[in-house]
Design a protein around this ligand. Structure first.
Ligand code: DOR
Ligand code: ZN
Length: 425
């Protein structure tokens, strides 16, 4: 088996260290320089565990024009992402054993590691049980949408949500929730607010996310199931989660866009910045950062949600929500590291260590002997210009377009093979 030595790496744990890779694994991490078939001098570069992105919409199947596993996994590699958890709101949706089987076939073209979320509806818990009974290793958890968002599968009934939590607990899986509440959104959408992109954050009002998060925390607390709150956006939710979190089964995620962009950007970029839940206010951004600082926030997920640019050009109400994020998430975080807003330990925890722990990926999320050689190399001094024209994703737009970030992904290794080189080699 050939051996690769990465010399002089800066990691979250070491100022300078040598990493030896053999086959699919990391063999040693230390100061010695063992013999190797291939040696890379990575002086000045940062090596992180490959990002585990717990929130990715890979599309494919009936929505290949938006993204498929080939373009999506290339986007992941270009962004230093080595594992993705694919969301179930595909066409068809991941609601039953047959669709899961079909999705497994499509995902075989992927160059990265992946798992699937199962989607819960008001009527498919028996189907989900049939899948979970077999204890499949490639199922990340159960996803619930409490409001429609590029998904038809919405749970509006509290009893069903309780049943999903019971099912998840029985099979020791996690429930991932999009907590915006449909009945609340319906009320705001019937208000006199004009249906315009600049009002998106009011039409999908913050109170709807807060109310939904409250309900989920309450149920998880009662049923004692593991709960993962996707893309938290408000100060109030952070405060609620902080209170409930001490029992070790409540986790939450933020996205780079909710950390870095305010809703006012929609005045300039319109539907490009339309995303669910919506971008919020400066105070909310500060609260999410505080949540990172004090450990309330566990993970950063990209919520990579590719759509056609032509769809984004439609009037507000017809334009889909979401944008691609796989290629920009790590550069955005490294840029924040360069501005002393995050340290490397925090970045490693937020992008891989915590996800590996929460979702029980035993050999991932750490740079240690015996772990999978899933690694990303970043040049923190090189400028990465967000140029959607150059995205590997089929969705060539971004609310971050035009930004110059210090933090360029130079190389991505998956299970011991180099799958991406920024220099094109
Ligand atoms: O903006 C969003 N887009 N939020 C979601 O919850 C779904 C996603 C999508 O699938 O397009
Ligand atoms: Zn999503």
């Amino acid at each position: 088996m050939s051996r690769i030595l990465w010399k002089h790496c800066r990691t979250s744990e070491h100022e300078m260290v040598n990493i030896l890779i053999q086959g699919q694994k990391i063999i040693s991490v230390g100061s010695d320089e063992p013999r190797a078939d291939e040696i890379f001098d990575l002086s000045g570069k940062i090596v992180l565990p490959g990002m585990i992105d717990p929130h990715v919409h890979m599309r494919d199947l009936g929505q290949k024009d938006k993204e498929d596993w080939t373009s999506g996994s290339r986007a992941a590699l270009a962004g230093g992402v080595t594992t993705v958890f694919d969301m179930p709101n595909t066409v068809p949706a991941t609601l039953d054993p047959e669709t899961l089987e079909l999705k497994r076939k499509f995902a075989e073209k992927s160059d990265i590691n992946y798992k699937f979320y199962l989607g819960a509806t008001e009527g498919n818990l028996d189907s989900l049980q049939a899948i979970l009974r077999k204890n499949p290793d490639d199922v990340a958890g159960i996803k619930v949408f409490l409001a429609a968002s590029s998904s038809r599968e919405v749970i509006t009934n509290r009893e069903t949500l309780v049943a999903v939590c019971r099912l998840a607990r029985e099979y020791d899986r996690i429930v991932c929730v999009h907590t915006e509440l449909q009945e609340c959104i319906d009320i705001w959408q019937a208000s006199t607010l004009e249906p315009l992109a600049v009002n998106h954050h009011l039409l999908r009002n913050r109170v709807c996310a807060i109310e939904g998060t409250k309900i989920c925390l309450d149920i998880a607390n009662e049923i004692k199931c593991k709960l993962y709150i996707a893309h938290v956006t408000t100060e109030e939710e952070i405060e609620l989660i902080r209170v409930f979190k001490n029992d070790n089964r409540i986790y939450c995620e933020v996205t780079p866009h909710h950390l870095l962009l305010e809703h006012t950007i929609l005045e300039k970029i319109g539907n490009i910045g339309k995303v669910n839940p919506p971008l919020r206010t400066e105070r909310d951004l500060a609260a999410l950062w505080q949540g990172i600082e004090d450990g309330t926030v566990d993970t950063v997920g990209s919520d990579h949600a590719p759509h056609l640019l032509s769809e984004k050009g439609k009037p507000y109400q017809q334009a889909p929500a979401g944008f691609p994020g796989l290629e920009t998430t790590l550069p955005l975080l490294i840029n924040e590291f360069n501005q002393n807003r995050l340290d490397l330990q925090q970045i490693a925890r937020l992008t891989s260590g915590n996800a590996a722990r929460i979702f029980d990926l035993k050999e991932k999320g750490r740079i240690e002997p015996g772990c999978s050689a899933d690694l990303s190399v970043i040049d923190p001094a090189a400028i990465y210009r967000v140029d959607p024209e150059k995205f590997a994703s089929r969705a060539r737009f971004s609310p971050f377009a035009g930004r110059e970030l210090y933090g360029k992904v130079e190389m991505t290794m998956v299970n011991g093979s180099i799958k991406f080189r920024g220099d094109g080699k």
